[in-house]
Design a binder for this molecule. Structure first.
Ligand code: AMP
Length: 479
């Protein structure tokens, strides 16, 4: 079916209670991934879908699942009438909660029940609801297996399996957990896999878990967002830190995530930046959840403008509208670049991604360019000695006004956690106008957002992500 033939959700053939919920959510038109995935999923086909968060992928898999399960829905209070029929696996607790919130919204006019389980909280609080029976379970892999071990749930009647952000799950070392979970599921089931990138590993995962899947993509695989301006500087390794300081001072007042390859280099770099009067914090696998939340709160409040992060840690963060990303150390895995720069330029906003390449990293950067099928303009990174010496008295405070001609939006600070909580509440009951804006930004059909509403959408609230799942089985020693 071509995307152009779909004009609204009704023509997708979804059941009335779902259409009502979609309408109340203010969605007027399916996003491209929804227009492609929903008809195929309704035909009970396995899908391997290339789509990032923000494309409307959650509705793309949950609406057809809810539609197919609807005839089996029961109003009975007996737990036996509510077996787990759909299992949605997500890599992080933050994503799992987000997916669950969406499913609850779409299912609100049906008797279908859903629940989310994730690590980092007392398992006993999740058990009583599980025992009452739920048709749709959203889970992080580690916590799901905890429940399996405690015999607090049964997966013997699962008809749908969704692997959401499959690439992240592999990166976080969940493959052994996934294999264990898969072995517990009935063979006869429909599988829907979503991934932002299509590496060879993902293709292997698809081969192992999916049955003759149909491939759908809303954008070229491993494509990098057109809204993100990508630049690179060639810098000697012994000058990298000084060059970064100079760069961050140039982009003073802009919120930035600086990526390193290891926990050790993240910590070291954060300390060095602080010595250079750049307030910042490091986020990596050795930080506790409390420390991560504190760092994020400080970041969103504007107390610090820079977060130094490893890849794995950064994937647990959902910060929308980040204007700047710096690749301080180039990852040896080219897919990481796509993830890193995907932190900026979200929901139609503009972003800048700057890579600092030293003599040992040119080959890794060449691999990245091959992957994204694009040459990134490179300049020699020169140190300006007048204002960049370490601990220099010329260091500008980070309250410098934006340079003339710079986009003023970049200078807007994030809101503190309290403001986010209020906005989160407001987002739970979205206005129709807000949803239309999102649909337009996501490439929904037939809607043109006014400049005013586009502006509103660009200022969307950053979301605070919490921790990842209880304990990935894989080795995250470095990150
Ligand atoms: P997701 O990619 O699933 O995380 O969705 C991103 C955002 O888009 C969520 O806030 C959804 O509520 C919203 N959304 C999903 N589908 C639509 C649609 N068809 N129209 C407007 N907003 C949508």
């Amino acid at each position: 079916m071509s995307e152009q033939t779909i004009v609204d959700f009704r023509s997708l053939g979804l059941a009335e209670p779902l259409l009502k919920a979609i309408d109340e959510s203010g969605y007027t038109t399916p996003t491209p991934i929804q227009a492609q995935a929903i008809p195929l999923a309704l035909q009970r086909m396995d899908l391997m879908a290339g789509a990032q968060t923000g494309t409307g992928k959650t509705a793309a898999f949950s609406l057809p699942i809810l539609h197919t399960l609807l005839p089996l829905a029961s109003t009975s209070t007996s737990p036996a009438k509510h077996p787990i029929r759909a299992l949605v696996l997500a890599p992080t607790r933050e994503l799992a909660i987000q997916v669950y919130d969406n499913i609850k919204t779409y299912a609100k006019h049906t008797p279908l029940r859903s629940l989310v389980v994730y690590g980092g909280v007392d398992i006993k609080t999740q058990t009583p609801i599980l025992k009452t029976g739920v048709e749709i379970l959203v889970a992080t892999p580690g916590r799901l297996l905890d429940h399996v071990e405690q015999k607090t749930l049964s997966l013997s009647q699962v008809q749908f399996l969704v692997l959401d952000e499959a690439d992240r799950m592999l990166d976080m070392g969940f493959m052994p957990d996934l294999k264990r979970i898969l072995a517990l599921l009935p063979k006869q089931r429909q599988n829907l896999m979503f991934s932002a990138t299509f590496s060879d590993e993902i293709k292997k995962l698809a081969d192992a878990f999916l049955n003759n899947p149909t491939l759908i993509e809303v954008a070229r695989s491993n494509a990098t967002n057109e809204n993100v301006e990508q630049k690179a500087y060639l810098v000697n390794s012994d000058q990298k830190q000084r060059f970064l300081v100079q760069l961050l001072k140039h982009y003073a007042n802009q919120q930035v995530i600086v990526f390193t390859k290891t926990k050790l280099s993240a910590s070291k770099l954060a300390r060095a930046l602080e010595r250079d009067h750049i307030p910042c914090s490091a986020i990596h696998g050795d930080k506790t959840q409390k420390e991560r939340i504190e760092a994020l709160d400080a970041f969103k409040a504007g107390t610090i403008n820079a977060l130094v992060a490893t890849d794995v840690a950064a994937r647990g963060l959902d910060i929308t509208d980040l204007p700047l990303v710096v690749n301080y150390e180039i990852s040896t895995a080219p897919e990481d670049y796509v993830h890193r720069i995907g932190r900026t330029g979200r929901a139609g906003a503009k972003g800048i991604a700057i890579s600092l390449i030293d003599e040992d990293e040119t080959k890794y950067f060449a691999d990245i360019e091959k992957l994204i099928k694009k040459q990134i303009p490179k300049e020699k990174g020169l140190i300006n000695n007048s204002n960049n010496s370490s601990n220099s008295s010329n260091n500008r405070p980070r309250t410098t006004k934006p340079a003339r001609g710079e986009d003023g939006w970049f200078q807007q600070p994030y809101q503190p956690a309290a403001a986010v909580a209020v906005q989160k509440e407001a987002l739970a009951k979205p206005s129709s106008a807000k949803r239309q804006v999102v649909a337009a930004l996501l490439g929904g059909f037939g809607f043109k957002a006014s400049p005013q509403t586009r502006q509103q959408a660009r200022r969307a609230t950053p979301k605070l992500a919490s921790n990842t799942d209880s304990q990935p089985t894989g080795n995250s020693e470095l990150t």
